[in-house]
Design a protein around this ligand. Sequence first.
Ligand code: E4P
Length: 219
Amino acid sequence: MKFFIDTADLDEIREANDLGVLDGVTTNPSLMKKAGGADFHEHIFRICEIVDGDVSAEVTATDFDGIMSEGRTLAGIHKNVVVKVPLIEEGIKALKAFRSEGIKTNCTLCFSAPQALIAAKAGANYISPFIGRLDDISNDGLQLISQIVTIYQNYNFDTEVLAASIRHPMHVVACAELGADVATVPLSVIKKILKHPLTDVGLEKFLADWDQYKESVSA
Ligand code: E4P
């Protein structure tokens, strides 16, 4: 399973990348607003310089020509840029056109299995189902992951399932069990994954015993 970090914050990206297990980055306009980089294109380039993996940068146009124009520019920033395209009619047309131009895409704002099926048929490289936002409205985000994984396997689509809008470590575990290809997670969730009280207590005891052992052999 690939791990992407879901942020545009350069310090967070550096911190996650230093762990050595980061495979990519996802950004969106809201995350850019939070991170506050003055120049969007320059900011995406800086992310690509930190992480050696796919970096999703989202278009904001909603018409075909606008999406294509923005997407081509974004793809020209760095070889690792993946153009993030909203799952709307014009976006579906653009996915197919980007595919024919050799530009990688991440189809975003997916909330249903038939949406994911269409995106795969259009040639998206990644589909991003937003599981947390579905859970937020009393739907089942994980069921959607399960449906998409099954459908893609049934027809050998090469579109990768990128579980997005992840809220906590158990979302990551469930997505891994269901066979999602990628989980994009905020830094806060990565930190929660690393934390276990028994690890902390166990380490404290090992270090205390080590100190006592050293004292005993040096006496
Ligand atoms: C990532 O590609 C998505 O934009 C992101 O995971 C959405 O997360 P949110 O629902 O926490 O905003």
